[in-house]
Design a protein around this ligand. Structure first.
Ligand code: HEM
Length: 403
């Protein structure tokens, strides 16, 4: 992946990758290291220093499942759950039934299944071992534009389950939660979708507002790794990441009443192909200095892109967005933030970074201060969790960090 230098409003020059792609992958589309098993099953590797499901290409279906540890749960309970899950995930992701599989037929069609396990700071507190939580795992500060609801926020344990098949996601979800037994209780589930393709792909695609979303991303498996992963200097936490999941409701009713020029101005990019309003193609860097005939900036200072762009080299992270739709109650019953948002559509905005406070918060703060998109969007859920380091055969998830 080749980065292009962009000079920013703040004067800092940083490398912005045009699109995420594995430095080692030839076409940027095949999941790095993914293969087909003997039986033709489409599998993602399970073992490795980093868990799959973060930098691996996003499949069409993903659900995040938050669980809380039961009252009185101990560190041993947490370790036991992670041991069971490691065994089960090692099988399910490779298309093999689990040891006690209630529906082994459903386990044989992984369709690039990945499961990643993350722990919220509250998990460490719940088992009375705050001392084991890494310093970089904190809560986000409140933002003026938030309208957070408990039912979409927080969580001791957050599982991310992704596959090309929603049937596979549902089976993995049910199996893993069942396997954890009485030591956990469900908190929330948030399911999202992307446009299906034959194989998972790292391409930008249209969100429910119709914009091409996911264009500017760090380079994967290369020079930007430090933005996404904890490094060797972190010792037992090396190979971990931070998930920031924001559930963002959209008001499509008012958005859809805008004319195309106003929609494009809100982002700073064209609707047709996602190119910056200053021209070129999707991956052309925007010209922030360009002005119109009347002397106004072509890319509005309040546009989402301009506000979200890094002002320092570390203000970057991986975005893995999914669309969501509330389908359970469209009959006039309570919808999210119903005062302004009649639409049941939104974005599961998932960011992965090494340090949320340092990388994510400055960007989110800037967007909360000013972002034209805020007129139509509102965060209704939020959670931060540490994605555990990956495992090698014989190890289990969390083994080193919960020792
Ligand atoms: C860029 C949409 C929320 C951070 C973009 C782009 C679109 C978009 C269309 C331009 C294409 C691209 O590079 O992907 C949305 C929508 C949101 C949302 C619809 C909410 C519903 C957020 C949030 C953050 C964020 C909450 C972070 C706090 C970014 C960043 C970029 C970006 C970092 C790339 C900026 C650059 O360097 O050019 N977003 N976004 N977005 N967005 Fe968002």
């Amino acid at each position: 992946g080749s980065g292009v230098g962009a000079t920013l409003a703040g004067g800092a020059a940083v490398a912005n990758a045009a699109a995420p792609r594995a430095a080692s992958s030839d076409d940027g589309e095949s999941p790095a290291g993914a293969g087909r098993g003997d039986d033709g099953a489409e599998v993602m590797p399970f073992f490795g220093p980093r868990q799959a499901g973060v930098a691996t290409p996003p499949p069409a279906h993903t659900r995040w499942v938050a669980l809380d540890l039961a009252k009185g749960a101990s560190l041993d309970d947490l370790r036991r759950i992670l041991r069971i899950w490691t065994e089960d995930m090692g099988r399910l992701t490779q298309g093999r039934p689990m040891l006690a599989d209630h529906a082994p037929e459903l386990s044989q069609d992984p369709r690039f299944l990945t499961v990643s396990v993350a722990l919220g700071r509250s998990a460490f507190e719940r088992v009375g071992r705050d001392d084991l939580a890494p310093a970089w795992l904190g809560d986000l500060p409140p933002f003026a534009t938030d309208a957070l609801q408990d039912r979409w926020s927080g969580g001791d344990i957050v599982l991310q389950i992704g596959s090309q098949s929603p049937t596979t996601c549902a089976h993995a979800h049910r199996s893993l939660v069942t396997g954890a037994g009485a030591a956990v209780r469900p908190r929330w589930v948030q399911a999202g979708y992307r446009r299906p393709s034959e194989r998972p792909r790292w391409t930008a695609e249209r969100n429910a507002m119709g914009q091409v979303d996911g264009t500017v991303q760090p380079v994967l498996d290369g020079p930007d790794d430090h933005l996404i992963w904890r490094g060797a200097e972190d010792g037992i936490w090396s190979g971990a990441s931070t998930l920031v999941l924001r559930r963002i409701a959209m008001n499509l009713d008012t958005w859809e009443s805008l004319d195309p020029a106003a929609k494009e101005n809100a982002i700073g990019r064209r609707l047709s192909d996602g190119a910056p309003l200053t021209g070129g193609g999707e991956h052309t860097p925007p010209d922030l200095t360009a002005t119109t005939g009347s002397g106004l900036p072509v890319i509005d200072p309040g546009s989402h892109m301009r506000r979200a762009m890094p002002r320092a080299a570390h203000e970057r992270f991986l975005r893995r967005p999914y669309s969501y739709e509330e389908t359970h109650d469209l009959s006039g019953g309570p919808l999210e933030a119903k005062d302004t948002h009649r639409s049941p559509h939104g974005l599961l905005f998932a960011a992965y970074c090494a340090d949320a406070e340092r990388q994510f918060v400055p960007v989110q703060r800037r967007l909360a201060e000013q972002d034209l998109l805020n007129i139509w969007t509102r965060a209704v859920g939020s959670c931060v969790a540490a994605v555990l380091p990956g495992v090698e055969p014989g190890e289990h998830l969390g083994e080193s960090v919960l020792a």
